[in-house]
Design a protein around this ligand. Sequence first.
Ligand SMILES: Nc1ncnc2c1ncn2[C@@H]1O[C@H](COP(=O)(O)OP(=O)(O)OP(=O)(O)O)[C@@H](O)[C@H]1O
Ligand SMILES: [Mg+2]
Length: 312
Amino acid sequence: MLDLLVIGDANPDVLVFGAPATPAYGQAETLVERGVLALGGSAAIVAHGAARLGLRVGLAAMVGRDAAGDFVLDELTSAGVDIGACARHPDLPTAVTVCLNRADGDRAILTAQGCLAAFGPEHVPAVAARHLHAASYFLQPRLAAGLREIFRAARRDGATTSLDTNDDPAGDWTLQPDLLGQCTFVLPNQAEARALTGAEDPLPVLAATGAVPVVKAGRDGCAALHGEQRITAWLPAVEPVDTVGAGDSFDAGFLAGWLHERDLRAALALGVAAGALSTRAAGGVAAQPSLAEAAARAREVEVGEITRTQSA
Ligand SMILES: Nc1ncnc2c1ncn2[C@@H]1O[C@H](COP(=O)(O)OP(=O)(O)OP(=O)(O)O)[C@@H](O)[C@H]1O
Ligand SMILES: [Mg+2]
C-alpha cells in the first residue's frame, strides 16, 4: 500500500528571473538574468517532495504524449514517485507554466492548461493509499466534479484526505457542495482561504465544514484550527532564492509529518520546515529537503497555541 496518493496537475515550469516589470512587445527580444526548467504543477511538486521525505508516493495525473510529458514523468520517476497511475492524453499537450519573476520578488504566472482540462475522475485508478491529497482544484474542472466521491470512497477504506485548491484563475472560488466535509485537512494559502470563505478570518469558517484548516502564510508560517485550539507554526524567515512551490513543499512536509506521527503539531512543524527549505533554490523541487534535513529544521519551529475563546 502507498503512504500517499497525490491527484492533480503535473507540468514543466519555465522560470524566468529578472523579468522587466512589463515585458516589451513588438517582437522585442529582452535579455533576462536566468531561466530554469523545473518540474511544476502543485500535485507533482507535492509528490516529489513527499518522496524526498521518505514516503511511498504515487501520482495520478495526466500529461500529453510529448516531450513535456516525458520530462515530467522522468523527473518524478527519478525521485522515486510511482507514476503507474499517470495517464497520457492521445492528442492534447501537456500543460506548461511560464513564471516571470520580477526583481522585487513578485511574479506573473502564465499557464496553458493543455490536457489538464480533460483529466477526470475516470483517470484516477483505485490505488490503495493511507492518504489521498488533491491539488489545483480550479485548473481541472472535470476532476473537481468527481473529487468528493473519490475522497468519500477513500475515507470509507480508512484513508485520510486533503485538498490544496491553489488559485482560481476565474476568480469564482466555488467548491463542490460538501467537498470539504470529505477532507480531513484543507491546505490553502491566506489569500486563497479568504477568497474561498469571504472572511477576514477564514479559519473558523473552514473548520465549520468538518475539515481541519491549515492556512499557509508565506514567511509568517501557518495557522491551523483544531477544535478550540488555534495553532500557529513559524520559523525565522529565510531570505528566499525562489518561493515557487513553497506551498506545495509545505503540503509534502505536513503530510509526511501527519503520516509519520499522526500528530497535528508535528505535522505543522515539518510543513513549515519543508516549505522554508524549499526556497533555497530556483524551482519547486530542487531544494526540497530529505527527512533528516526537514526534521532538524522542524526542531527550530516555534509552535504557539491559543484557545478559540482567548483569540476572539
Ligand atoms: N520567505 C520565507 N521564509 C520562510 N519560510 C517561507 C518563506 N516563504 C514561504 N515559506 C514557507 O513555505 C510555506 C508556504 O508558503 P506560501 O504561504 O507562500 O504558500 P503558497 O502561497 O501556497 O505557495 P505556492 O506558490 O507554492 O502556491 C510557508 O508556510 C512557510 O513555511
Ligand atoms: Mg499554493
